[in-house]
Design a protein around this ligand. Structure first.
Ligand SMILES: CC(C)(COP(=O)(O)OP(=O)(O)OC[C@H]1O[C@@H](n2cnc3c(N)ncnc32)[C@H](O)[C@@H]1OP(=O)(O)O)[C@@H](O)C(=O)NCCC(=O)NCCS
Length: 168
């Protein structure tokens, strides 16, 4: 069951920055917050991404990638002293026409309770506020169904996608 232990607007803004919004929580004892403004501890972010099995990336490059991202959202487990990052996603794009979603992750302890879906809904709402109508992402094979269940479409004919990887 999704419940909602309410935080005041003052606490939300003070701890999580402007525009922070509560995320319905699967557990009465846990309050969760979406924030685009709370700065990330890059070590904590990489720990979250490592917890879902992704290889670590140089912190300096991650910092620049975040700076250059169109949208980055943290899903925080509320604690007045030590909020914990339990989910993350970011988007790149032109801010007008198109965006691409990257690095969608929910900590394994919090998976399977609807948070990934809420994170994706949040992102699409925020992109929609910018007027963006075309959103793409590259899904790992094991999570394609996660996106299909939410209305995403597979690239239709399998012949419109092209990739280039640097060999250096
Ligand atoms: C993919 C991920 C973000 C999903 O987060 P989550 O919080 O566990 O997902 P939810 O609980 O919101 O699941 C929403 C729905 O998708 C389904 N689902 C979740 N993960 C799924 C998967 N890997 N494959 C198929 N369906 C999945 C759930 O069963 C649920 O279905 P329902 O709506 O019928 O009940 C999370 O598992 C994760 O961080 N995985 C590792 C990182 C990763 O692979 N990210 C995606 C990169 S492309």
């Amino acid at each position: 069951m999704i419940s909602f232990c309410s935080l005041t607007p003052e606490i939300l803004e003070e701890l999580y920055g402007r525009g922070a919004r509560q995320c319905p929580s699967p557990n009465d004892q846990v309050s969760l917050v979406f924030s685009q403004a709370k700065p990330f501890d890059l070590v904590e972010l990489e720990q979250l991404l490592a917890s879902v099995g992704w290889s670590r990336r140089p912190v300096r490059r991650v910092r620049r990638a975040l700076e250059n991202s169109l949208l980055k959202v943290g899903l925080w487990r509320h604690d007045p002293k030590f909020p914990r990052l339990v989910g993350f996603a970011r988007c790149t794009g032109d801010g007008v026409l198109e965006a691409t979603v990257w690095d969608v992750a929910v900590h394994p302890l919090y998976q399977g309770t609807g948070l990934g879906k809420q994170l994706m809904n949040y992102i699409l709402e925020e992109l929609s506020k910018m007027g963006i109508e075309e959103v793409t992402l590259f899904a790992d094979p094991g999570v394609v169904d996660f996106y299909l269940r939410q209305g995403w479409l597979l690239e239709p004919s399998g012949n419109r996608c092209a990739f280039w990887y640097s060999t250096q």
